[in-house]
Write a new protein. Structure first.
Length: 334
């Protein structure tokens, strides 16, 4: 059975997955939101560079490119009738996921495609399931590192692991098909695994992001500085502790050494600037609403309070507003 992949979003992660898959011979198309980027990708192709000191060769591919709004291609609301496995990798940030975006996405992809969500935070599966069958949604968690240089070039900054799993515990995408996707990613050079408890993976990454991302954005330091700054390790423990207590109330199991994992991430990515810090410095909306904000919404539903998370949430929102005022332009997402 022929397998094809649509990558929605040509940011760092979209170009990483699209570039590697296309280089491995998988039929790929990129769906972008900005006409300017679409025109450049069509004219110049996509370049994926290896990190300094890495053993990967640079990749230059020319995938098919079209716009999400359908202005440059027919609407694809139904399958073409071909016998194929069609995977849609959704790589846009949480800030892009609105009901309008979801509706446009639904109109733009085949009816029987499988939707693979690579977002940080929580809440996106619920929003997407309003217009897309939840039993055809996969959640994915990745530790792959990528950096977008230009509209046509990205850098694979670090190898990691990608876990995938059905968004529903029963009646979801069959395990055999999930393994096909993992094999497809493996053939492109990714380490991919099927998880029978993807919610645990989602929540562990969520809690780590809820510690590292807002603190680096507020303090405006790279990841490795957090454990070295006076008073910050205590803040990190408090943020994580609140998240762990919430997960326990929700019945979500977590690794016992999650605190050490947070410190390990800080050490392993010591020179990296978190995506939230980059967004703050660029005057863009951050994913604070889906990360710490997601925790706060879950806690409120249970009558719990997360005071440290509430504080960092408010501070990052203030930084967003300050950045927008300095730029003198309305909020935008990339």
């Amino acid at each position: 059975m022929k397998e094809t992949v649509t990558v929605v979003g040509a940011g760092a992660l979209g170009m990483l997955f699209g570039g590697r898959l296309a280089s491995a011979g998988t039929p790929i198309e990129l769906i972008v939101r900005r006409a300017e980027q679409g025109a450049r990708l069509k004219a110049e192709g996509l370049t994926l560079a290896a990190a300094a000191g890495g053993d990967e060769a640079p990749v230059k591919v020319r995938p098919a490119v079209r716009l999400l709004d359908g202005s440059d291609a027919p609407v694809r609301g139904a399958d073409s009738g071909e016998a194929e496995e069609h995977w849609v990798l959704l790589t846009v940030k949480q800030t892009a996921l609105t009901r309008e975006f979801a509706a446009a996405l639904r109109r733009s992809i085949p009816e029987k495609a499988y939707l693979v969500c690579l977002q940080n935070g929580i809440g996106h599966a619920e929003l997407l399931s309003e217009v897309f069958p939840r039993e055809r949604i996969l959640l994915a968690v990745t530790t792959e590192g990528a950096l977008k240089r230009t509209d046509t070039e990205a850098v694979h900054t670090g190898k990691g692991t990608t876990w995938i799993g059905s968004a529903v515990s029963e009646g979801g995408i069959p395990l055999s098909r999930q393994k096909k996707l993992a094999a497809l990613l493996g053939a492109a050079g990714f380490r991919a695994e099927v998880s029978n408890n993807i919610q645990q993976r989602v929540w562990q990454k969520l809690l780590m992001n809820a510690v590292i991302n807002p603190l680096t954005a507020i303090l405006q330091v790279p990841n490795g500085e957090l454990p070295r700054l006076p008073g910050v390790p205590q803040l990190m423990r408090q943020l994580l502790g609140e998240g762990e207590a919430l997960a326990q109330r929700l019945g979500i199991p977590l690794d016992a050494d999650l605190g050490e994992q947070v410190l390990s991430v800080c050490r392993a990515t010591a020179a990296n600037r978190s995506s939230m810090l980059q967004d703050v410095l660029s005057g863009r909306r951050t994913e604070i609403g889906a990360i710490n904000g997601g925790l706060l919404r879950e806690a409120a539903a249970l009558g719990m309070e997360l005071p440290v998370n509430e504080t960092v949430y408010a501070l990052v929102r203030a930084l967003e507003e300050k950045g927008h005022q300095a730029e003198g332009s309305p909020e935008q997402c990339q």
